[in-house]
Write a protein that binds this ligand. Structure first.
Ligand code: CP
Length: 296
C-alpha cells in the first residue's frame, strides 16, 4: 500500500490480509522494519484511541516517533497542512498519521509530487476513518469468522460519522447485510445503496451486531436542546433492548462512549460488549497498516 486514506481504495483481499496480519500481531508475532523508519502523528482534531494506539503500534514496531503538537508548531503561525506535511517529508519522515477536520484533506497530499511519505488517514471530518473500520472488521471477524450474511445494524449519528461511512461500504462489500437505525432525520436516502432503515426495536431482535455510534455533539448545531434521557429512551441501547438481542449477538461502539446516551452505562462492559476488545484490536490493526505502508 502506498497510503491508507479510505476503505474504497482497498480490495477485499487487501482488507482480509490486513485483518489476518493484525491477528498475527495479536498472537505475538513481531515485526520491526529492517531499516530505521520515522513516523509523525499530526492530530488537528482531538483523539485518544486513534492517536495513542498508533503511537503504541509505532513503539511496538521500533519506529521512531517525531513529536508534533499542533498548538506549538508553525501551524499556529498559519502554516497549512500541505506545507506541514511537505516539511515532514523533507525532514525524512516515512509515514504521517493525520487526523484533520477537513473532509478529503488527504487528496492534495497523495497527489503531490513533492511529498514522499506515506499518508495514513486517522479521520477526515465526517469523511472516513479507515483504521477504525479495519479494527471493527477485525473484531467482527474474530467473533464470527466471516462477514457473509451477518446482520449488522449501525445506530445513531449517521450524518456525522466517518466510522459509519467507512463501515457501511466495507461491510456491504464483504457480504454483510447492513441496517441503519436511530433518529430518522439522521438517515440519508443515499445510505439505501448500502442497507435499509429499521426501527430500533426490530433491529435489536434481528441483528448479529449492534454497532452504536457516538453522537458528535461538536458537529451539531442543536446542542443545548438535547435531552440525554430522551435519546437513550428512544434511540439508545437500554438493558431492556439488550435483553431482546439474539443470544450470540454483540454490541460495538467506536468510543468515546456517551454513557447513558447511545447505550446504558451498565452495557459498556457487559458480556456482549466488544468495546474494550475494539480498543485493544486498534493497536494490532494499526501495526498491520504501518507495516503495509512502510513495505510498499
Ligand atoms: N474511535 C476513535 O476514533 O476514538 P478517538 O477519537 O479517541 O481517536
Amino acid at each position: 500500500l502506498d497510503h491508507l486514506v479510505s476503505v474504497e481504495a482497498l480490495s477485499n483481499e487487501q482488507v482480509m490480509q490486513l485483518i489476518k496480519r493484525a491477528q498475527d500481531f495479536k498472537n505475538g508475532e513481531v515485526y520491526t522494519p529492517s531499516e530505521k523508519k520515522y513516523a509523525v502523528n499530526l492530530f488537528f482534531e482531538n483523539s485518544t484511541r486513534t492517536h495513542k494506539s498508533f503511537e503504541m503500534a509505532q513503539k511496538k514496531m521500533g519506529i521512531d516517533l517525531i513529536d508534533f503538537e499542533v498548538a506549538t508548531s508553525s501551524v499556529s503561525k498559519g502554516e497549512t497542512l500541505y506545507d506541514t506535511v511537505l516539511t515532514m517529508s523533507a525532514l525524512g519522515v516515512d509515514v504521517a498519521v493525520i487526523r484533520h477536520g477537513e473532509e478529503d484533506y488527504y487528496k492534495s497530499l497523495i497527489e503531490s509530487t513533492g511529498i514522499h511519505l506515506a499518508i495514513v488517514n486517522g479521520g477526515d471530518g465526517s469523511g472516513q476513518h479507515p483504521s477504525q473500520c479495519l479494527l471493527d472488521l477485525m473484531t467482527i471477524y474474530e467473533e464470527f469468522g466471516h462477514f457473509e450474511g451477518l446482520k449488522v445494524t449501525i445506530v445513531g449519528d449517521l450524518t456525522h460519522s466517518r466510522v459509519a461511512n467507512s463501515n457501511m461500504q466495507m461491510l456491504k462489500r464483504l457480504g454483510a447485510e447492513v441496517f441503519f437505525s436511530g433518529p430518522k432525520e439522521w438517515f440519508d436516502d443515499s445510505y439505501n445503496e448500502y442497507g435499509t432503515y429499521l426501527p430500533l426495536d426490530e433491529a435489536v431482535e434481528q441483528s448479529d451486531v449492534m454497532m452504536m455510534l457516538r453522537i458528535q455533539h461538536e458537529r451539531h448545531e442543536y446542542y443545548g436542546n438535547f435531552s440525554q434521557e430522551k435519546y437513550l429512551d428512544m434511540h439508545g441501547l437500554t438493558e431492556e433492548r439488550e435483553s431482546r438481542m439474539l443470544p450470540h449477538a454483540i454490541i460495538m461502539h467506536p468510543a468515546p462512549v456517551n454513557r447513558d446516551v447511545e447505550l446504558q452505562d451498565s452495557l459498556v462492559e457487559c458480556d456482549r460488549s466488544r468495546i474494550v476488545q475494539q480498543m485493544a484490536n486498534g493497536v494490532f490493526t494499526r501495526m498491520a497498516i504501518l507495516e503495509a505502508v512502510l513495505n510498499k
